[in-house]
Ligand binder design. Structure first.
Ligand code: ITT
Length: 191
């Protein structure tokens, strides 16, 4: 069977990569002829994830899942949160990351977490799966891998940032991987 992953973010597509390959043929938005940037007007990760899956179900009548995710920083009242992709006003990872570092200047509480909510629309029902990873915002970016805020996020228990980890290593502990494992377990149960 086929399952659509409703994302335009190529890093997300790469990260979930082969995870579902034994169970489903995963199609992206382009594969189904959808080149829309689906509006994310909700005020939570869950609402925005649901908006993405609703768009695909309503317009294409296909089973699909979507990921809405972001970085929540305690000292910034959980910003950038749902605004993570455009925190600086533009979709530019470097500008967004630098804005976070600027706002965190002189701040001693560096606690933060990444969160992912995955929405699944399957057979007229909606299901949600959440993943969280806790860590700290470091003082200056380190590492070349990953995307987004990875160079400034050091997960608890590690002395390297997400951007210093291989994709396989990030996939053992990340918010997205945790949510994906729940999705995969659910889909297995269904068969
Ligand atoms: P789609 O909506 O098309 O899936 P998007 O990039 O707009 O793609 P989101 O609205 O979920 O996705 O925003 C996620 C942002 O949160 C992303 O652009 C990064 O800035 C940040 N982010 C999410 N997961 C991350 C990760 O694993 N590592 C670093 N930054 C991450």
């Amino acid at each position: 069977p086929e399952l659509v992953f409703a994302t335009n973010n190529k890093h997300k597509t790469e990260e979930i990569g082969n995870l579902l390959v034994n169970q489903y043929k995963v199609l992206n938005l382009k594969d189904i002829g959808c080149d829309v940037d689906i509006p994310e007007t909700g005020d939570s990760f869950a609402e925005n994830a649901k908006l993405k899956t609703s768009y695909v179900t309503d317009n294409f009548d296909l089973d699909c899942f979507a990921d809405d995710s972001g970085l929540e920083i305690e000292a910034l009242n959980n910003e950038p949160g749902i605004y993570s992709a455009r925190y600086s006003g533009v979709r530019d990872d470097l500008k967004n990351l630098n804005l976070v570092l600027k706002k965190m200047e002189g701040e001693t509480n560096r606690k933060a977490h990444f969160k992912t909510v995955i929405s699944l629309n399957k057979g007229n029902k909606n299901y949600l799966f959440e993943g969280i990873v806790y860590g700290n915002i470091i003082q200056a970016p380190i590492g070349q891998d990953g995307f987004g805020y990875d160079p400034i996020f050091m997960p608890l228990g590690y002395d390297r940032t997400f951007a210093q980890m291989s994709m396989a290593e990030k996939n053992e502990i990340s918010h997205r991987a945790i949510a994906m494992k729940k999705l995969i377990a659910f889909l297995k149960e269904q068969v």
